[in-house]
Design a protein around this ligand. Structure first.
Ligand code: PMP
Ligand code: GLN
Length: 380
């Protein structure tokens, strides 16, 4: 049989690859982004209650109304923008499905999509599967900032979407108010949708508020926001997230959503709606992770790695150019196999495999895990 692959150049994701390598070599796994501690027992209890109460059949296609109402409340509380639970919010199977469905719903053959690199790995393949053309714009290093002139130069009649991600995985930078104003000006009056990946929305540090596209009225009218409860309540394995956007866009989104997954895990949605009634669950998260960041940075402050700034997310970039001139992919593999510490090399997030000698370490870990990892880092 002849297979005409839609993704001829795609292998297994770096996250599966590095986590597998970590397991095979009994390495501390700071590669794939997930907590090594438990979520709240209260949340688990709520989930059980809803299972025992019989909510074990299909949920409504758009998501349970209790959770959509809660999401609207979060958006209003955090960004002062109102989204209709009925027509402007859909619960998805994690952010990945929200992103994929958004691209499936709006990207036609030959449409161009601007993507900033380093880019989270699910954007490019989703664009390519639908016949779209990814237009990569590299963030300037050091600093990983957006050169908006470069963006303006890349916008053409064929541009249908711009994907942004803030706080940004893998660079751990955040977009500023000025960035969002530039973006708003770039797309104003144009037939361009902004897909805003905000899965780390509650993890922007140092009292700098997360700049959601929801804060910008005109921009929000042509944007879809994607988020994930996996990050917010420490349940990456539950795969529940959401997409919010104006009703015209959401109607198209739902046309695809209903045939991609139809609906998402029912009792977990109900439990999330209950649990997130306590606003501290999301409003306090940034302090929790800021402490982890500070601890990790302090533990490795005397190492030979250069600590890159971390303004958000649960990732810390370390530059190893004072230690080795090996390729980052090779260095990450050696570090896992020989020193027993797994990380993610940055070059995999670039089409051009740009290698700035950077590794990404996830600090969503117990303090003792970070202490053990720091010993290895300090020994290099
Ligand atoms: N976007 C970014 C930037 C991510 O880091 C992740 C995963 N951590 C996702 C999307 C996917 O989220 P989910 O696990 O909810 O699909
Ligand atoms: N988003 C997580 C990360 O960046 C991984 C998610 C996944 O494994 N697909 O590490």
């Amino acid at each position: 049989m002849q297979i005409h692959s839609k993704l001829p150049n795609i292998g297994t994701t770096i996250f599966s690859t590095m986590s597998l390598l970590a397991r095979q070599h009994q390495a501390i796994n700071l590669s794939q982004g997930f907590p090594d501690f438990e979520c709240s027992p209260v949340l688990l209890q709520m989930t059980q209650q809803h299972m025992k109460a019989g909510f074990n059949q299909y949920a409504p296609m758009q998501g349970v109304i209790q959770l959509r109402e809660r999401i609207a409340e979060i958006l209003e509380t955090c960004y002062d923008r109102s989204y209709s639970p009925d027509s402007e919010i859909t619960v998805t199977a994690g952010a990945t499905q929200g992103i994929y469905t958004s691209i499936a719903a709006f990207i036609n053959k030959e449409d161009e999509v601007i993507v900033f690199e380093p880019a989270y790995d699910c954007y490019m393949p989703a664009i390519e599967v639908h016949g779209g053309i990814p237009i990569a714009v590299e963030l300037s290093y050091p600093g990983f900032f957006i050169n908006w002139q470069k963006v303006k130069n890349k916008i053409s009649d064929k541009t249908r979407m711009i994907i942004i991600n803030s706080p940004h995985n893998p660079s751990a930078t955040v977009l500023t108010h000025a960035d969002l104003t530039e973006l708003e000006n770039c797309v104003k009056g144009k037939n361009i949708i902004v897909l805003s990946d905000e899965v780390y929305e509650h993890m922007a540090f140092d009292e700098k508020p997360h700049q959601s596209v929801a804060r910008f009225k005109e921009l929000s009218e042509q944007s879809l926001i994607v988020s994930s409860f996996g990050k917010t309540v420490h349940t990456t394995g539950w795969k529940i997230g959401y997409v919010a956007g104006p009703k015209e866009l959401m109607a198209e989104f739902r046309k695809v959503h209903q045939f991609l997954v139809f609906a998402v895990n029912h009792p977990f949605q109900l439990a999330l709606a209950d649990f997130l009634a306590d606003q501290s669950t999301y409003l306090q998260l940034k302090y929790f992770y800021q402490q982890k960041r500070d601890l990790f940075q302090k533990l490795i402050s005397s190492s030979r790695f250069t600590i890159e700034p971390c303004a958000g997310t649960y990732f810390q970039l370390l530059n190893y150019k004072k230690i080795s001139d090996e390729k980052d992919t090779d260095f990450a593999i050696h570090l896992t196999k020989e020193k027993k510490l797994a990380s993610v090399p940055l070059s995999v997030f670039y089409t051009a495999k740009t290698d700035n000698k950077l590794l990404r370490f996830c600090f969503a870990k117990k303090d003792e895990t970070l202490e053990k990892a720091a010993e290895i880092i300090n020994g290099l």
